[in-house]
Design a protein around this ligand. Structure first.
Ligand code: IVH
Length: 667
């Protein structure tokens, strides 16, 4: 078989397996075999780029990054739907439909109203041509490359009875389980969590890196076709056709029914809502018959033949058992409502966020109050109302504590600040441990061998109280500790040593100065260039910076005016912590110009970030994972065998640290 034939055959096979796996949920080969075939195809495509196909199954992992999104007109405007929360209004809608049809009795197709983002995908000759977001309904953003990474959206259709060109609309969403998994990862990595699956899905379509979109494992159900020619005689038929061409149509879509049966569909979906693996906000009714749809037509904004019925936000009533107060690493106090466990929208709720003292005051909370909690998409539920008429006569009002629940120091609250703080920075356990955890975090000093538990262990053993103590640790301090082997000890000590050469902005972020996050740390380093200058900056100097307002400037000045912190800084300087802003990303060479490089494993002459930076300064571009796009795998020691194998399979150049150093030194 010629390479071309091989490529074409593999593509056909993979499209089919993809369809069997993602649409039918009936795979006929193992994941392993699928991956092998995909790799083989990727290898052949790399070797024979002349057979490029914009709809190859290899594009599921995401192609090149996009510069910006182009706007594109919809051939058929993307309308919205009328909606109601009220069964009586639904009845009125039906009466208008009947009247519009001169008394004819319509059938309706009942569907889920999926809470995601609408997408319109155009297929030409059975191939995905482009995908556009709703935008203003007339034109939207073309997000084709991002959409191609969604495995349940076909790149190439099955069968042959589809129109030469048509648009199909659907809803892109993220399942609750997947959303939870992604947020758990974010928490582990010390990053902010995403608010809800819908914002996450729509934010994903705006990413410029399709590879990043691919990782998010979004999904899509289709619910509406438009073309110059009618597809079938009814909406239901058109969905059946769509299914036969390989589109995923919601299995909760009902058969056409008369209006009298709609309320039982609504009740049924309501009762199983928590078992549906993604968020919905109601149901949609569509007149089934196309000729009837045509007679009814559209208003300026919405079809007269469809409507959505929305469920009211789910709330549950429960008892407030008490309020606990968590102390964060900066000393900020967060009040949390402890609730009698109650089942709400699929999970058991035991706690709700109370934000700050003002919120408690606003709710006028008393102990053992009956409260209403709502989830509204967010993961942490909130209290939306207090049923004060059911309050016990002798109940006591929730009083905000005056002292820290952990160390009993009087709390402080500065003017204009909603949050209370415990000022005992040097003696309050959660603050001290929290600061240590922050310091070693992935985006700060990145000392990976020091996880949460180990940090607490070191603290409780009295070995480490503040971040400078980390650098005084020795092998003989660590070895006697429980669960601590030779390997672990050397990993910890090496990690600490390596962290000394982290870029200055990471160190500034790692110090945990109140209000100084990653972005502010970067701009401080950019402006002051070295630690000494930053330490001596006045409030006026700081306020010159765009990103720095009153609160940040005051916090930085306060931090460095404390004797204790100044001493600590002297110590850090003495042990050789990176004190200067790194020579401004001035290109060193063009030896790696245009090369895409993945860095993996450990290096002897560089930290992981150091070698990445070096690659960039020599013209290379860093990618995060091995794919057919990568040119060079820069392989350190202790690299995972699967990555190496993957790189070999893709025919990627594998370079050792030594080879790399030789290469860049030849300049
Ligand atoms: S039909 C002309 N069906 O709801 C037909 N829309 O409020 C218009 N939506 O923009 C859309 N599930 O993003 C339709 N089963 C469903 C839907 C659905 C969710 C979204 C869609 C639309 C919005 C209108």
């Amino acid at each position: 078989m010629s390479p071309k034939e091989q490529i074409l055959q593999l593509r056909d096979e993979l499209h089919l397996h993809n369809y069997r796996y993602y649409i039918l949920d009936q795979p006929i080969i193992s994941d392993f075999d699928f991956d092998q075939k995909l790799k083989e195809l990727q290898r052949l495509e790399n070797q024979y780029p002349e057979f490029f196909d914009p709809n190859s199954p290899t594009l599921r992992v995401g192609g090149n990054t996009i510069e910006s999104f182009k706007s594109r007109n919809h051939k058929f405007p993307m309308l919205s739907l009328g909606n109601t929360y009220d069964l009586l209004e639904l009845e009125e809608f039906h009466q208008r439909v009947e009247k519009g049809l001169m008394g004819e009795k319509p059938s309706y197709v009942p569907e889920l109203k999926i809470d995601g983002l609408a997408i319109s995908v155009t297929y030409v000759s059975g191939k995905l041509a482009h995908a556009v977001t709703r935008g203003d309904g007339i034109k939207g953003d073309e997000v084709t490359e991002n959409v191609k990474t969604i495995s349940s959206i076909p790149l190439v259709l099955q069968g042959n009875d589809f129109p030469e060109e048509f648009e199909i609309r659907g809803e892109i969403f993220c399942s609750r389980e997947n959303f939870q998994r992604i947020n758990e990862l974010r928490i582990q990595e010390g990053e902010d969590i995403y608010a809800n699956p819908r914002n996450f899905a729509s934010g994903s379509m705006k990413l410029l890196d399709p590879k990043e979109v691919a990782k998010r494992k979004l999904d899509c159900y289709f619910y509406y076709l438009s073309s110059d020619f009618e597809i079938g005689k009814t909406h239901f038929e058109s969905l059946e056709k769509a299914k036969s061409w390989g589109f995923k149509v919601s299995p909760w879509t009902g058969n056409p029914i008369p209006f009298e049966k709609i309320s039982s569909y609504i009740d049924q979906i309501k009762s199983i809502r928590s078992t549906i693996p993604f968020d919905i906000d109601g149901v949609v009714l569509k007149v089934n018959d196309f000729s009837q749809q045509k007679r009814l037509g559209f208003t300026a904004k919405v079809p007269r033949w469809a409507i959505s019925f929305k469920y009211p936000t789910e709330a549950a009533q429960t008892t407030l058992l008490g309020v606990t107060y968590q102390v964060g690493r900066t000393g900020a106090i967060t009040p949390v409502a402890e609730l009698k466990p109650v089942f709400l929208a699929g999970t058991t709720v035991k706690r709700a966020s109370l934000y700050n003292a003002d919120e408690i005051e606003r709710l006028n909370l008393y102990l053992h109050d009956q409260v209403l909690v709502e989830k509204g998409g967010e993961i942490i539920p909130k209290i939306t109302a207090v049923l004060s008429e059911q309050r016990d006569l002798f109940a006591s009002k929730i009083e905000y504590p005056t002292h820290c629940p952990e160390c009993h120091t009087p709390l402080q609250r500065t003017d204009g600040n909603a949050v209370h703080y415990c000022p005992n920075e040097s003696g309050c356990r959660p603050q001290l441990v929290g600061k240590l955890e922050h310091f070693v975090g992935r985006k700060m000093m990145d000392i990976q061998a020091l996880g949460k538990e180990t940090v607490a262990q070191l603290f409780d053993a009295g070995l480490v109280r503040s971040v400078d103590d980390l650098f005084k640790l020795t092998q003989s301090d660590l070895l006697p500790l429980e669960r601590m082997g030779d390997k672990m000890v050397s990993n910890i000590l090496e990690g600490i040593e390596r962290s000394k050469s982290m870029p200055l902005e990471r160190f500034v972020f790692a110090m945990g100065i109140r209000h100084v996050g990653e972005t502010v740390a970067k701009s401080l380093v950019k402006a002051f260039e070295n630690m000494d200058a930053l330490m001596h900056a006045s409030k006026e100097d700081l306020l010159q910076l765009d990103e720095v307002g009153e609160a940040i400037a005051q916090s930085v000045v306060d931090y460095f005016s404390l004797e204790e912190n100044r001493k600590r800084m002297e110590y850090f300087k003495s042990i050789g912590i990176q004190w200067e802003k790194q020579a401004n990303a001035q290109a060193l060479s063009t030896l790696l110009e245009g090369k895409k490089v993945v860095v993996s494993g450990k290096f002897t002459q560089f930290t992981r970030d150091g070698i990445k930076e070096s690659v960039e300064l020599n013209g290379g571009k860093i990618l995060s994972s091995v794919s057919s796009n990568v040119d060079i795998l820069l392989a350190g020691s202790d690299m995972g065998p699967s990555k190496l194998k993957k790189a070999q399979d893709f025919g990627i150049q594998i370079m050792s640290e030594e080879e790399y150093v030789n290469l860049i030194e030849q300049k």
